[in-house]
Design a binder for this molecule. Structure first.
Ligand SMILES: [Fe+2]
Ligand SMILES: [Fe+2]
Length: 478
């Protein structure tokens, strides 16, 4: 069924009422989820009407309905993309066999772990973003962060459904754990590093949704290839929602760049690298934008895991987690004798070396991610051309500022050269945001909630949400 049943407590298109055990488990989990949402969701905005989209179907067209909703009343639910008839496993040692509709016993632990890791990122980002409403640069932006938040909440539902339906008691315990860990908590942190970083300001939010949600896209794309069909279907639907999150990030940064360029031009400032002059105009200076890219891109690359990984090889072999666009890749989809180039530290320098392709699955996914980020950079750099400002942003080298994998034990500059610890300490504030930079950004964060108005440091968007006019009241604060 492609329409979603909204007559029940839990909206779904998985015929939930036919599985009494599962329905009970989800209904028992729901109030705990709401407690978490009320404690850790957008702080101070739970009682207001927000113009949100809610999925009403899972077809590629016309799946969402827009309307005012108070966030705790959002209709979270269980949505899977339609089943593809006669789908076959597309890679690994079971290639060509029919996909599984139940968890294969031998891969139970592997699938559960993938669901828990994916699931953990979803509430984590809501926790990271919970104070942003207080400093929203416009009602448009405020609505967008809330939209992202309720959908990340639903992505948690998606993974909890997998755990509750297919993993019995263990799954139930994991579902509870997903509500108990907290981003940045000393004792019970979220599982992955980037999801324990702070998102204290809107520049960070837009960078996070550009880079870290894009990691989410890559992970979901590779899980969408899964031979375990329910996992594939749930991830395919999550991807349709993820697109908007990355849009919010990419256009957010684009609007910051646009505003800074306008301010420089209007004031006759010809050196785009002049931090003090840009800051005197109350906009985000371009060197700081570059440093924010360096930071968020590098912590996000860590999410891809070790460059060479037997875990990744095992889940590929098993047919559980594939590659980005697996079906479009022209090879045997088993990688028995293929090799793949992986950057490593060899003789004191970063060099690329061919390794068995099966062990390089993580690197390959990171490469696809990097390619995607390059196209984002092109769009951001286009603003400089349009505005006639002599500046370019770029991605740092993949080995820069890494805490996971091949490069975690060494210091590497944004160009990919090894540097000494001394040099790193000397230059790190040129490469990564300094406390001063972060404080400056925070000083710009003042709430602007008059309909159609925007904070001084960001340009208005090209178009409204769902075709709404410029002064549309996206959040009703009274
Ligand atoms: Fe998500
Ligand atoms: Fe997302």
């Amino acid at each position: 069924m492609s329409q979603v049943d909204y007559t029940t407590l839990i909206p779904n298109n998985v015929d939930l009422s036919s599985d009494a055990r599962l329905q009970r488990a989800m209904e028992q989990w729901y109030p705990k989820y709401l407690d978490w949402w009320n404690d850790m969701g957008p702080n101070g905005f739970q009682g207001f009407d927000v113009y949100l989209r809610t999925a009403v179907g899972v077809d590629s067209e016309g799946w969402a309905k827009f309307g005012y909703v108070k966030m705790p009343e959002y209709r979270w639910g269980i949505l899977l993309a339609p089943q593809v008839e006669n789908r076959k496993i597309a890679f690994g040692e079971h290639i060509g066999e029919p996909v599984w509709h139940e968890v294969p016993g031998e891969y139970r632990a592997m699938i559960r772990r993938l669901c828990v890791i994916q699931g953990d990122t979803e509430p984590a980002s809501v926790e990271q973003q919970r104070y942003l409403g207080e400093t929203a640069p416009s009602l448009y932006d405020m609505r967008n962060v809330f939209q992202v938040n309720v959908e990340e909440g639903r992505h948690l539902w998606a993974m909890v459904y997998m755990l509750q339906k297919y993993f019995g008691r263990d799954g139930r315990e994991e579902a509870e754990g997903l509500l108990q860990r907290r981003s940045g908590d000393k004792d019970r942190p979220r599982i992955l590093g980037a999801f324990n970083e702070k998102t204290p300001d809107w520049v960070s939010f837009f960078m996070f949704t550009t880079f870290t949600d894009r990691d989410g896209k890559m992970q979901l794309e590779s899980l969408a290839q899964s031979g375990f069909d329910p996992l594939s279907r749930t991830c395919r639907f999550m991807l349709t929602e993820e697109g908007h999150h990355m849009f919010v990030g990419r256009t957010g940064v684009e609007r910051i760049i646009q505003r800074t360029c306008q301010a420089l031009n209007e004031n006759g400032i010809t050196d785009p690298g002049d931090i003090d002059k840009a800051r005197s105009l109350g906009v985000v200076d371009l060197p700081t934008i570059q440093k924010k890219i360096n930071f968020h891109y590098s912590v996000t690359l860590d999410l891809f895991g070790a460059e060479i990984s037997t875990n990744a090889a095992n889940s590929f072999n098993a047919g559980i987690k594939g590659r980005f666009n697996e079906a479009k890749i022209d090879d045997d989809h088993q990688l028995k004798s293929d090799t793949y180039p992986v950057a490593q530290i060899i003789d004191g320098a970063v060099k690329t070396q061919e390794v068995p392709a099966l062990t390089a699955i993580n690197t390959r996914l990171a490469d696809d991610f990097i390619g995607d980020c390059e196209s984002v950079m092109k769009r951001w750099n286009r603003v400089f051309t349009e505005q006639n400002v002599d500046f370019q942003l770029r991605l740092p080298h993949r080995a820069f500022h890494r805490a996971v994998g091949e490069f975690s034990e060494v210091r590497i500059d944004p160009n990919g050269n090894l540097v000494t610890e001394e040099e790193w300490q000397l230059k790190k504030n040129h490469w990564l945001p300094s406390n001063d930079d972060l404080e400056y950004i925070l000083s710009l964060m003042e709430q602007e909630v008059r309909p159609g108005k925007f904070a001084n440091w960001i340009a208005p968007p090209r178009a409204g949400i769902n075709g709404q006019v410029g002064d549309f009241e996206y959040v009703k604060l009274n």
